[in-house]
Design a protein around this ligand. Structure first.
Ligand SMILES: NC(=O)c1ccc[n+]([C@@H]2O[C@H](COP(=O)([O-])OP(=O)(O)OC[C@H]3O[C@@H](n4cnc5c(N)ncnc54)[C@H](OP(=O)(O)O)[C@@H]3O)[C@@H](O)[C@H]2O)c1
Length: 388
């Protein structure tokens, strides 16, 4: 027993040292100059009193006036009310969100369109008591009329202002920690959106801002008017477009943070869903996505198996491999996995305890790249709204 304890303690020490060494190795050349707040300690370590995973370290999204310090992993609130099939009742969701706060998560992500409105209401009810200590980020852009999404985009200045006021009310805040444009509005130039946000910042209504799924060119235009804190786009081992379309390079160059959404590919890389999974027909957009059709999921299970095989000798689950791969890409990347389960929250946070060498991550990439991904990530309609 005592021997076991000694081993645990020395292993913990080893993990801490290894995490520090790994963080230094994983940082691409030049980033240390741009992102001064590289953690000086492992980003998660076990709390000796309780044994639960707690995030100790932080990451910084954005630079200069736009810098925003957050926990190294965030929490996507969306699935607690929207698009991820059945979910626990409100009381249980609130309890889980409080557990996340207790475990050091300071970045929670929601949006007006999630529900619509129900997700912001949940985040407001659960998290407003922690204001100042944690941040809830939200998103505008999808038009919502009388609580229903219309499928159109509206980022005209007056609409952004109205959405800002309404989000403040639902989130029970005086100032939004971060307001993202959810999808570009083809009728409102990025510069006009940026100027509206700059005004809201002067008025103290918004502290930071970001954009989702935009092109490198749009990022440059918007950033020149009002410095961006983060870009939020889909990024994970089955969708690496931001590495190819200049978005990540532009973020690196301009000192803008990056928040990968759906970092576990909507649960798929966690290995809990497969071709037999039945999605709630009224509350799950996965059934509309080509990549989540049974045939595609059957073929893509090879990728999950590859992550599981990679994790097996390292004591990692496939979800931890997926999250760890994103975290080692750059110290200014902060994934926001969503969950409705304490066990998954714990598992996701413990990702930060692992530190692998660049060679190991390359081995994983080489393995995964060799497996073709079957099915597009979005259908034609959803595809039209991204990359503008
Ligand atoms: N900007 C955008 O356009 C955009 C788009 C989509 C999402 N988002 C944001 O990104 C957040 C996360 O995205 P997401 O929910 O689409 O995808 P995700 O985080 O990749 O996956 C969430 C799903 O994975 C499951 N899961 C979580 N941890 C797991 C684990 N350790 N093992 C196995 N399964 C696990 C969850 O189920 P359980 O509940 O069973 O754990 C949930 O159904 C959202 O909450 C939202 O804030 C933004």
């Amino acid at each position: 027993m005592e021997e076991d304890n000694k081993m645990n303690i020395s292993r913990r020490g080893f993990l801490k040292t290894a995490a520090l060494a790994g963080a230094a190795l994983a940082m691409p050349a030049g980033l240390d100059k741009v992102f001064a707040a590289e953690p000086k300690q492992p980003e998660t370590s076990r709390n000796d009193d309780t044994g639960v995973a707690r995030i100790k370290g932080h990451r910084v999204l954005g630079t200069g006036k736009a810098a925003f310090e957050v926990s190294a992993l965030g929490f996507g609130v969306m699935g607690m009310t929207y698009n991820r099939s059945q979910h626990p009742d409100k009381k249980q969701c609130i309890r889980l969100l409080h557990e996340a706060v207790d475990r050091g998560v300071t970045l929670f992500d929601t949006a007006i369109i999630y529900g619509p409105l129900t997700n912001e209401n949940l985040a407001g009810e659960a998290l407003s008591e922690f204001k100042g200590r944690i941040s809830v980020t939200t998103k505008f852009g999808h038009e919502v009329i009388d609580g229903k999404g219309t499928g159109r985009q509206d980022s005209r200045p007056a609409t952004i202002r109205r959405y800002c006021e309404e989000s403040l009310r639902r989130l029970r805040l005086e100032s939004l920690p971060m307001f993202y444009q959810h999808r570009a509005d083809p009728n409102t130039p990025a510069e006009e959106v940026a100027a509206t946000i700059a005004d809201l910042m002067k008025e103290g209504k918004v502290q930071h801002w970001g954009m989702c799924e935009v092109s490198a060119e749009t990022i440059r235009k918007a950033h020149a008017i009002c410095p961006l804190t983060a870009i939020q786009s889909e990024y994970h081992l089955m969708h690496r477009l931001v590495e190819e379309n200049g978005v990540l390079d532009t973020c690196r160059e301009l000192g803008i943070g990056f928040v990968p959404y759906s970092p576990i590919n909507r649960g798929f890389l966690g290995g809990c869903i497969n071709e037999y999974t039945v999605f709630d027909p009224n509350n799950d957009n996965r059934q509309t996505l080509p990549r989540f059709q049974p045939e595609a999921m059957r073929a893509n299970t090879r990728i999950v198996s590859a992550l599981q095989a990679f994790g097996r000798t390292r004591g990692m689950t496939s979800a931890q491999v997926a999250l760890g791969w994103l975290l080692q890409k750059a110290p200014w990347i902060v994934p926001i996995p969503g969950t409705t389960k304490l066990a998954h929250l714990e598992e996701n946070l413990r990702t930060l305890e692992f530190s692998l060498s660049p060679e190991e991550w390359r081995e994983l990439e080489d393995t995964v790249v060799a497996i073709p991904v079957v099915g597009d990530r979005y259908n034609a309609e959803q595809q039209k709204q991204v990359g503008r």
